[in-house]
Design a protein around this ligand. Structure first.
Ligand code: HEM
Length: 91
């Protein structure tokens, strides 16, 4: 949980920085790349995982545990996809 408190905001900042770089530094259309698709799916997964993790920590039913596991694992998978797609669009 300590790591997640740092990691999830960093993903949010990275996502925003990617969009800002496309729009303001390079004057390119945003959210049209394969990288953006993977990054957006990863972002949704990490946020879902974080919300579910917070509920688990506050004692919510253990049924949420499987959903938390699924959201986090998919987020990591999509994050890996965004790394590969990100390397492909490096300037
Ligand atoms: C090693 C990993 C990564 C590399 C090498 C990478 C690289 C890049 C590059 C080169 C751009 C284009 C910026 C520009 O041309 O000015 C970009 C955009 C972007 N990045 Fe990443 N990135 C990585 C990981 C991530 C992750 C993990 C996220 C979020 C989960 C993310 C979110 C974004 C977003 C949202 C954009 C804007 C894309 C668009 O609007 O089409 N990136 N990234």
């Amino acid at each position: 949980m300590r790591l997640a408190r740092v990691f999830v905001p960093l993903v949010l900042i990275g996502y925003g920085a990617g969009l800002a770089s496309m729009a303001f530094l390079r004057d390119r259309a945003i959210l049209e790349s394969v990288h953006a698709v993977f990054a957006s799916l990863a972002l949704v997964g990490f946020i879902t995982g974080a919300v579910l993790g917070g509920r688990l920590a506050r004692g919510a039913g253990l049924r949420l545990r499987a959903a938390h596991l699924l959201a986090g694992s998919l987020a990591l998978l999509f994050g890996l996809g965004s790394v590969v797609a990100g390397l492909a669009i490096l300037p």
